[in-house]
Design a protein around this ligand. Structure first.
Ligand code: ARG
Length: 578
């Protein structure tokens, strides 16, 4: 049978379920079953539940009946004390002592590698994320892309994949002609060096306003862009400076977020590859010229998807042309197993067209592309929405979060060492967490008080729990026992809940990768932290019988390890005190 789980108790459960289903004539793999287990939604319904409705069609049987038959045929492995069919699910009760004696030592041994695997060995995943537009402020959508991309990247690496982070910068297009013209007219060298993006953005806004009453700006912009395209040295140099300065400013934000890219090949990078691409597609008959003089790749179902525009009637190429070239380039360069585009759902149609076009051209690898879409970011208070719609100066937002955190910390823990560093990790972490704690497809609502709360389902709450376990371990004051611990003593409901959360972590990592969804990790970590806090409140961890204390301290320390590595995978810091 295929090996799917790092823990053998769970492997045994999956194998037993596979065998039970086999007696009904259903053929599934343990790996398929592994990710479909759910947490029972009611108290008293056990520790895990396998949904049986996916088999109803094949068996022509109602799910409750299937669950009954599976329960009858299920040969319970040692870690399982009971199974029962409950409304279409096979529910399972574990023996906590047996689960603990396998899981806790494996966490202690693996440390931050707990839940890691080599399932991705030999597979390269290209990740197109962040991708702001140069000379403009980072949009909130770019922030969400950056945060989701960074977390997925770390998670994929944890599972043995090689990743190529690509910052597909918006650094090409006719707007740069206008910007060059505007800079020649009103630009200020000192301003440019001091606050490049603010300066360039104000020029951008100004030239667009002027152009409304004075159309000659459009011509000037076109001319300057033409010169830029033709390699005019002065324009080229100016463009290069805008790009370098923008990247330097974005770099400050990336550093605070712990984000790094393998490549910052943006749209301009593909410029030189476009004419041969267009020529080839035309020759092969994939691209056709319409009556209006534009060159397009027609889509099979025009109702659903309009044709993909390769070249406008005036000869200009498009965002889509550059994406087509980028996809080809990435496949030839990296031979990716997956190419992920972490971009808001507003661009769903664009990626649909892009993938269809690649399929039409005949690339079998077109099916390896995925649009990892996400919803909008909204603001409850005015702090950011006053600044022209969705425009934010991200560094200011991060600093605002850090300032607010600094004052919260000063109030709660005035004697803290190195409060500056802690405020940075907590303030930035709060924003990061807020963005990954919501399912990708949903909108995120941003409300400072909620984001920075130490008690809600927030980033600071996770970090605070992590720091609190650290203090508990310090109070214990001895080495974490590694051998001859009697895990049978872990018998309270609080201990059992925490233990099962920790045991489930590797499976949650698999799910996060399967769905490209960091929220799965965020929510698992919150559940663990809550389970720990209940344990901490209701069980006197360090008191009483020594063997019970030892088992509990290993349990607590194992939570610390998983929280620490989980925070890293989400893209957050884990201060040891706060
Ligand atoms: N720069 C684009 C924007 O701000 C996003 C780029 C997404 N990536 C891509 N390969 N199209 O909308």
């Amino acid at each position: 049978m295929t090996k799917i789980a790092s823990q053998s108790y769970f492997q045994d459960v999956c194998d037993a379920a596979v065998a039970a289903l086999e007696t009904l004539g259903v053929v599934v793999t343990a790996a398929d079953l592994a990710t479909s287990f759910e947490a029972p939604n009611k108290k008293g319904f056990g520790d895990a539940a396998l949904p049986c409705f996916p088999f109803a069609r094949q068996l022509k049987m109602p799910p409750p009946k299937i669950a009954e038959k599976v329960a009858e045929a299920f040969h319970a492995p040692p870690a399982v004390v009971k199974v029962a069919p409950i409304s279409g699910f096979l529910n399972i009760w574990y023996d906590p002592g047996i689960v603990a004696s396998e899981v806790l030592p494996s966490i202690q041994e693996a440390q931050h590698r707990y839940g890691a695997s080599d399932e991705g060995a030999g597979k390269t995943v290209c990740m197109d994320y962040s991708h702001p537009n140069i000379a403009k402020p980072f949009g909130v959508g770019h922030l969400r892309s950056t945060v989701i991309g960074n977390s997925l990247k770390r998670t994929l690496e944890h599972r043995g994949y090689s990743t190529v982070g690509i910052n597909h910068l918006g650094d090409w297009g006719t707007q740069f002609g206008k910007l060059i013209a505007a800079f020649r007219e009103w630009g200020d060298e000192d301003e440019l060096l001091r606050e490049p993006i603010k300066h360039l953005y104000s020029l951008y806004v100004r030239v667009h306003q002027e152009a409304e009453s004075d159309p000659s700006w459009d011509d000037r912009g076109r001319q300057e862009f033409k010169k830029l395209e033709d390699g005019d040295p002065a324009n080229r140099e100016l463009w290069q400076r805008f790009r370098d300065l923008s990247l330097r400013e974005f770099g400050r934000v990336y550093q605070r977020l712990g984000v790094a890219f393998e490549s910052d090949a943006g749209e301009a990078f593909y410029e030189s590859k476009l004419s041969s691409l267009i020529e080839r597609l035309t020759k092969e008959g994939h691209a056709i010229e319409g009556d209006d003089g534009a060159l397009v790749i027609p889509m099979p179902d025009t109702e659903e998807e309009p044709p993909l525009l390769l070249r406008k009637a005036d000869g200009a190429t498009t965002y889509a042309t550059r994406d087509l070239a980028a996809a080809e380039y990435r496949f030839t360069t990296y031979e990716f197993y997956r190419c992920l585009y972490i971009v808001g759902s507003a661009q769903a149609l664009h990626f649909k067209q892009l993938f269809t076009a690649l399929k039409q051209i005949g690339y079998e690898w077109a099916e390896r592309m995925r649009h990892i879409e996400f919803g909008w970011v909204k603001f409850a208070d005015s702090m950011m929405s006053t600044r022209q719609g969705n425009i934010i100066f991200l560094n200011d937002v991060l600093s605002e979060a850090v300032d607010k955190t600094r004052s919260i910390i000063a109030e709660r823990n005035p004697d803290l060492d190195d409060p500056e560093n802690v405020a940075e990790q907590v303030g930035v972490g709060a924003i990061v967490f807020w963005m990954v704690s919501v399912k990708r497809q949903k909108d995120v609502n941003f409300d400072w008080d909620e984001v920075l709360s130490f008690d809600g389902r927030t980033g600071p709450y996770l970090q605070y729990t992590h720091a609190r376990v650290g203090s508990l371990i310090a109070r214990y004051g001895k080495q974490i026992p590694t051998s001859s611990v009697d895990y049978k003593t872990l018998s309270t409901e609080e201990e059992r809940q925490l233990l099962l959360q920790l045991a489930d972590w590797p499976r949650r990592l698999s799910q996060a990768i399967q769905f490209y969804e960091p929220q799965i990790l965020a929510s698992a970590l919150l559940d663990m932290a809550q389970a720990y806090n209940r344990f901490y409140q209701n069980v006197r961890i360090l008191d009483g019988d020594q063997s019970a204390v030892e088992a509990r301290i290993v349990l607590a320390d194992s939570l610390r390890i998983v929280l620490n590595s989980g925070l890293y995978l989400l893209g957050m810091g884990a201060p040891s005190r706060m």
